[in-house]
Design a protein around this ligand. Structure first.
Ligand code: NAD
Ligand code: ZN
Ligand code: ZN
Length: 365
């Protein structure tokens, strides 16, 4: 059924720091270059929580629908779309689209486009029964991956795969992954597939158990031990450090864990700053760099690598109307792996399909 001009259930942020509301809102209509997807699954990233809390300097316009690990089946096609057919599966990623012509877009760095749009942040995302994506930027989902399996790869997967590439660590060298949540436990699996040795740091013991299960050979509980001392003592510092922890103390530690001439990649996005030891950065010739999701090419590689090496999030599924409970678990570091909203678990029915959607309201309803 194509519910054009119908209504759908969505989890909506109306006020920062307040519970999301499950509402009936118009099904979006795909415009030029866009396709309409019936959502099958959408992962819940800690970024969605930052977005709903209004944590960052640039905030989304209210109201909005979060979610940028969406996977769905194409049920409607807008003008000028040549790369998707009805029935194909596509993803709604963080990088919704970009201008295509700026110096970043034309050099394979479209993630840095100043006018890029972000799924579930500047445009509505996947916490909804239907979603519209830009077909030029939406990934195809490999047949080897189910929709719930693929969803976490669309942000947690590509972000950590790209972040690991940005460490410039080579096969046989050491990387430290700080923060073994949704991102971190996938980072370990990508690192192993890339031939790297992995040490994992978290502040919760059960996360470190998961880290060992997915391939980390050193694990450190930073709530008990100083990870800088342990890493320097055990391996003399790591060639690459990837920080996914949404916690500022982890950033200073990460710099301390980086080996001479090594690279420390910042991916976690807690609000705030951290002090950088100038002397160490200079004397050890450290590289400290940020990394933001991945390009379309990184996405294709990350999905292909996952399909080939059996890289998969440890996930549990939840229904759309469970979102506030999931957010609370995420806030307190209690999610083991990823929670994926499985739209098939939703008992909520598509609300009546007769109302005429107002095209001007589709983006922000
Ligand atoms: P998550 O909540 O699933 O995992 C965070 C993990 O960090 C948890 O296991 C928690 O126990 C651990 N942690 C907390 N404090 C720590 C500390 N001091 N030291 C070590 N570990 C600690 O979150 P997630 O979905 O994996 O996202 C992590 C962060 O990455 C968020 O800030 C998110 O916004 C950000 N993110 C950035 C990008 C990007 O492109 N740069 C993309 C996706 C997510
Ligand atoms: Zn994310
Ligand atoms: Zn651009």
């Amino acid at each position: 059924m194509i519910p054009v001009a119908g209504k759908m259930q969505a989890a909506v942020v109306r006020e920062f720091g307040r519970p999301l509301q499950i509402e009936s809102i118009p099904v979006p209509i795909p415009g030029r270059h866009e396709i309409l997807l019936e959502t099958e699954a959408c992962g819940v990233c800690h970024t969605d929580l930052h977005a709903a809390d209004g944590d960052w300097p640039i905030k989304p316009n209210l109201p909005f629908v979060p979610g940028h690990e969406g996977v769905g089946r194409v049920i409607g096609i807008g003008e000028d779309v040549g790369n998707f057919a009805i029935g194909d599966r596509a993803g709604l990623p963080w990088l919704y689209n970009a201008c295509g012509t700026c110096e970043y877009c034309t050099t394979g760095w479209e993630t840095l486009c100043p006018t890029a749009q972000y799924g579930g942040y500047t445009v509505n995302g996947g916490f909804a029964q239907y979603m519209v994506v830009d077909a030029r930027y939406a990934p195809h989902i490999p047949d080897a991956l189910s929709s719930v399996q693929a969803a976490p790869l669309l942000c947690a997967g590509v972000t950590t795969y790209k972040g690991l590439k940005e460490t410039e660590a080579r096969p046989g060298q050491w990387v430290v992954i700080s923060g073994i949540g949704g991102l971190g436990h996938l980072a370990i699996q990508y690192a192993k597939a890339m031939g790297l040795e992995v040490a994992a740091v978290d502040v919760r013991e059960e996360k470190l158990t998961l880290a060992r299960e997915v391939g980390a050979s050193i694990t450190i509980n930073a709530a008990i031990h100083d990870p800088v001392k342990v890493i320097q003592h055990e391996i003399g510092g790591a060639h690459g450090v990837l920080i996914t922890a949404p916690s500022t103390p982890a950033f200073q530690q990460a710099v301390g864990m980086t080996r001479r001439k090594g690279t420390c990649v910042l991916v976690g996005l807690p609000p705030g700053d951290f002090p950088l030891p100038i002397f160490d950065v200079v004397l050890k010739r450290l590289t400290i760099r940020g990394s933001l999701v991945g390009t379309r090419n990184d996405m294709e590689e990350a999905l292909a690598l996952a399909a080939k090496h059996g890289i998969s999030a440890h996930f549990e599924t939840a229904a759309l109307d469970d979102i506030n409970r999931v957010f609370e678990q995420l806030r307190y570091g209690k999610v083991q792996g990823r929670v994926v909203l499985d739209m098939n678990r939703n008992e909520l029915e598509l609300a009546g399909c007769t109302a005429i959607a107002d095209a001007t309201l589709l983006r922000r309803f």
